[in-house]
Design a protein around this ligand. Structure first.
Ligand code: ZN
Length: 284
């Protein structure tokens, strides 16, 4: 069983973690840009970060047979910072063209401010113009309210639901995300988010279609093998191998393949019999 972790921040992990991921069947990962824990004060630090995501991490992952992709954007927390927000937005049109950038992300809401909404709208418009998928972060605080607001904003901007992945869902937000017809991510994280058991209970109740699991492993207490742990939990709960493959491989692959940048990957996977079962064709 191949595993694609669609949301992980390996910049903050040690190389041993790549070995652990490879050992438990994780062959593909996608790293969205995020807040690095310390406020950045100029656009140059974002340029260096985007270079890191598209060069150094790709090479570090390849040493363990892992394909590393990324999402590029302006995260909601730093959308509030006038020292960087405008300048970062200005460099995004070029960076999102990078061959390993599969989506604009993670964007969204964090502290529910007007400025966050403004930069969310601008980046959704950029995604629409470039026919690109988007990865959307939902807030930790007032999550339900924030998720509803994000769904309304996506509808107002008119992004194709096929291109929208709403992340960090829980029992409270998943009905709204599913109703809107978006892809739904679930973060399995030891402290503030879901356990493997809770994530699998959601899959049992709401089905496997358009559902994904991720570790969001970062500098906090987190575990880069959590998607693999969920595979074990899904088996324990009686899911079929086909359902498990849909959640941990087909869905993330097919969502990101809409970028049009996974075609070489598909050509490599086909002879191995590992091509995901395709739901949606790339558009370009
Ligand atoms: Zn994240």
């Amino acid at each position: 069983m191949r595993i694609f972790d669609p949301h992980i921040h390996v910049i903050s992990r040690v190389t041993d973690d790549y070995e652990r991921m490879a050992t438990c069947g994780i062959t593909h990962i996608c790293e969205p840009q995020f807040w690095l824990g310390q406020a950045r004060t100029s656009v140059g630090t974002f340029v260096d970060y985007f270079k890191h995501l598209t060069e150094y991490e790709v090479a570090r992952a390849a040493d363990y047979g892992i394909k590393h992709y990324c999402c590029i954007g302006l995260n909601p927390r730093e959308a509030n910072d006038d020292r960087v927000n405008k300048d970062v937005l200005a460099i995004l049109p070029e960076w999102i063209k990078h061959p390993t950038c599969l989506a604009i992300g993670e964007i969204g809401l964090d502290d529910h401010t007007k400025k966050e909404e403004l930069y969310l709208v601008k980046q959704l418009e950029l995604a629409k113009k470039n026919d690109m998928p988007v990865l959307i972060h939902t807030p930790h605080r007032e999550k339900f309210k924030g998720t509803k607001r994000i769904i309304d904003i996506c509808k107002e901007v008119g992004n194709d639901p096929d291109h929208v992945l709403i992340d960090h869902n829980n029992e409270e937000t998943i009905p709204a995300t599913k109703d809107a017809g978006f892809w739904a991510g679930h973060t399995v994280y030891p402290v503030t988010k879901l356990s493997p058991e809770r994530a699998c209970n959601i899959l049992r109740e709401f089905g496997t279609e358009r559902m994904m699991l991720n570790s969001s492993a970062d500098w906090g207490p987190s575990d880069c093998t959590n998607v693999a742990r969920c595979v074990a939990e899904m088996r324990k709960q009686g899911f079929t191998e086909s359902q498990i493959q849909e959640v941990v491989w087909d869905n993330p692959f097919n969502f990101y393949a809409q970028s049009g940048k996974l075609e070489a990957e598909l050509a490599e996977l086909e002879p191995l019999g590992a091509k995901p079962r395709t739901m949606l064709a790339p558009r370009r």
